[in-house]
Design a protein around this ligand. Structure first.
Ligand SMILES: *Cc1c(COP(=O)(O)O)cnc(C)c1O
Length: 360
């Protein structure tokens, strides 16, 4: 079927799947009826954009991505509002970051406006997969893989992009749960000059061992310190991190080793607008521990698309446990969470122009 969007081929499924109920949703377990695929070769550039029934992909065992990890992804959501409209949050910023990650992995860039059109069409086709209960969302996972079937270590000539959709439940079905975090002093996720600012498989592979060890010890995630000095704070698990010390909101600067989170950026912009003192600056683990001892460490939280805000209730460092805000969600954490989610679900209108309503 020719679509109304230029060049896009649409093949609809004849076997729609049962759509899971909101109560059944487990992150990343269910996939919608359709996927988007886009191919790249040096002669055509990105070509053959297609929406087709969800299926497995035929791949050659020698393709570069499987051996050398030349791949990037991103992660965003769309939300079903109280007015029955579907909303994206900062969708163009996510798509731009996806291209930035691609550049970091020597993957050819795509046209961002075109991708937005294709993505929008995919959501329109699978709109019944956007779950409707408050707190739920349709998670969108775009990915590009290096597709040459060749074992030489080099950047691929051919690539494949696809987008898969997965309905996800409320992160906080049982309310906000502050998490316990282990300060990691042995392993590093990235290093200066590495791929820390790209959403790419290598960084997640590098984080698995530390994450598993922390889980065995009863922690949810690790707090990453800088690879060189094990002194300055970088991120928490796969989220950016914020500290409230007295009335200053502090988050580490973007210097190439941490992921430029869209949620992080949103929080900084909201804080500035509300005249909260917000600093993107280096913050050492010693400064955090000292602030805790003086009683000025008011709140610690992670930020990311999955949870928006994830309060940290305990930091464990060199065998000592530091409880934050009596293991309760902090005042600012709650404020940011309520504000952003009220935009997602169309309860209030944001002043930043970050919401796009899906037009069919
Ligand atoms: C995706 C991600 C984040 C959060 O980014 P958002 O755009 O806010 O979702 C932070 N750190 C890492 C390592 C990530 O992969």
């Amino acid at each position: 079927m020719e679509s109304k969007i230029k060049n896009l081929t649409v093949k609809l499924t004849h076997n729609p799947k049962r759509i899971p109920k909101s109560s059944e949703l487990i992150f990343g377990k269910y996939f919608s009826d359709h996927i988007f695929t886009w191919d790249y070769d040096p002669e055509h550039g990105w070509y053959n954009p297609t929406i087709q029934p969800y299926s497995s992909l035929p791949i050659e065992p020698g393709i570069i991505v499987l051996h050398y990890g030349q791949t990037v992804f991103d992660g965003l959501k769309c939300y079903y509002g109280i007015d029955s409209k579907i909303r994206f949050f900062r969708v163009k910023d996510y798509i731009r970051r996806f291209n930035n990650s691609a550049r970091g992995l020597c993957i050819p860039e795509f046209n961002e406006e075109e991708l937005l059109e294709y993505l929008t069409e995919l959501i329109v086709i699978d709109k019944n997969w956007v779950p409707q209960e408050e707190g739920t969302a349709l998670y969108i996972r775009p990915i590009i893989i290096a597709a040459d079937n060749a074992l030489g270590v080099r950047s691929s000539y051919n690539y494949k992009m696809f987008i898969i959709l997965s309905p996800v439940g409320s992160y906080y079905a049982e309310g906000f749960n502050p998490v316990k975090i282990l300060v990691e002093e042995q392993y590093s996720r990235t290093a200066p000059g590495g791929l820390g600012a790209c959403k790419t498989a290598a960084n997640y592979a590098a984080s698995l061992m530390a994450g598993e060890i922390a889980k065995k010890k009863g922690f949810t995630q690790v707090l990453w310190l800088d690879a060189c000095h094990k002194k300055y704070i970088e991120e928490v698990g796969t989220m950016n991190i914020f500290f409230r010390i007295d009335d200053e909101l502090i988050t580490p600067p973007l210097e190439g080793t941490i992921l430029p989170g869209i949620t992080r950026d949103s929080l900084i912009k909201i804080a500035k607008k509300e005249n909260i003192k917000v600093s993107e600056r280096k913050i050492s683990i010693d400064e955090v521990i000292n602030a805790h001892q003086k009683g000025s460490l008011k709140e610690v939280f992670g930020s990311g698309t999955a949870a928006v805000i994830s309060p940290v209730g305990l930091l464990s460092y060199r065998g000592s446990d530091f409880i934050i805000n009596d293991f309760q969600i902090g005042e600012w954490s709650k404020y940011f969470y309520d504000l952003i989610t009220s935009w997602h679900y169309g309860k209030t209108i944001d002043d930043f122009g970050w919401i796009t309503i899906l037009e069919e």
